[in-house]
Design a protein around this ligand. Structure first.
Ligand SMILES: Nc1nc2c(c(=O)[nH]1)N[C@@H](CN(C=O)c1ccc(C(=O)N[C@@H](CCC(=O)O)C(=O)O)cc1)CN2
Length: 281
């Protein structure tokens, strides 16, 4: 079997085309959506991600407000910039790019919940637990959207998520078990006794552990969908959590790069457009 590639780059392009129309409709009603970003320091990966987010915005007519701060910035200086964006009426939502090297929980909590565009604010995560409407975290909802667009069924499916981090694993477990997704989610982590046994039983596997090559072909159920969200750098290149031979067993694979990363950016754009649309309600 050769797996179908779940192409995140192509799906990002499709979603941008869909959003362009919604941005035009907003502009016709006098609202131009605006995204803010706060970047602290010189981490090359973070700089690339922020640059890509602003290019995405420009390509569909969203305004962007970029605040790049030196690595020497103090917590108070970054919080002052967050306060500025909280008060900026042209900014419908903003994010603090992680990692910052500062107290990230305090920075996240400083963002006004109405301006949280990443879905990672404690209020947004609380809404997710309660099943209330709010911005959804971009990477986990990107995983679900990619599966949806490739017609991989989630209802009734056994899904194994590897990794319990705050940006991917934990919120993804909550999303997958919503009534709308209706899957059974198992969250595996470094304390899981027999990871291979869990993965072998899964219809869908989402690997977000940051351990290169962790998921091997012998662990995967034939025909399963396997999404690689792990980001490690080996010799300067991105190395995912999923070994390349998995594509010979799985029914669907998302490549890395080119899979869930671009979907993270797509879902951020969706969150910005939805925040601007809420202003008109
Ligand atoms: N405030 C946030 N910080 C971080 C988040 C987040 O969701 N919010 N997630 C990650 C980084 N991230 C988004 O910010 C992100 C990751 C990957 C990509 C992407 O398009 N990757 C490309 C390859 C990029 C490369 O070559 O280096 C791909 O996978 O094809 C975009 C955004 C941590 N921080």
């Amino acid at each position: 079997m050769t797996a179908t590639i779940m192409d995140g780059k192509a799906t990002l392009r499709t979603i941008k085309d869909e959003l362009r129309e919604r941005v035009s409709a907003l502009k016709a009603r006098g609202v131009t959506p605006g995204l803010g970003t706060v970047l602290v320091g010189d981490d090359p990966g973070s700089k690339w991600y922020v640059g890509a987010k602003h290019k995405d915005c420009a390509s569909i007519g969203i305004n962007s407000i970029r605040k790049d701060l030196p690595a020497s910035s103090t917590q108070a200086q970054v919080e002052a910039v967050i306060d500025e964006l909280n008060a900026d009426p042209g900014c419908h939502g903003f994010l603090v790019q992680q990692p910052t090297g500062l107290d990230e929980f305090a920075l996240l909590s400083r963002v006004h919940p109405d301006k949280d565009i990443d879905g990672l604010h404690p209020v947004s995560l609380g809404k997710l637990v309660l099943g209330e409407e709010g911005p959804l975290p971009c990477t986990p909802i990107g995983v679900i959207e990619l599966l949806r667009r490739y017609d991989v069924p989630l209802a009734g499916a056994e899904v194994v998520v590897i990794g319990r981090g705050l940006t991917v694993g934990r919120p993804l477990g909550l999303l997958l078990t919503r009534r709308s997704e209706n899957s059974t989610a198992t969250l595996c982590h470094t304390g899981t006794r027999d990871l291979a046994a869990h993965v072998r039983a899964a219809d869908v596997v989402v690997a977000a552990a940051g351990v290169p090559g962790l998921v091997t072909a012998d662990m995967v159920k034939p025909g399963a969908a396997v999404l690689d969200v792990g980001v490690s750098r080996v010799d300067g290149k991105i190395a995912g959590d999923v070994a390349s031979e998995v594509a010979s067993v799985a029914g669907y694979v998302s490549p890395n790069p080119g899979g869930v990363g671009p979907m993270t950016r797509a879902m951020l754009l969706v969150n910005v457009v939805e925040a601007a649309e809420r202003q008109l309600r």
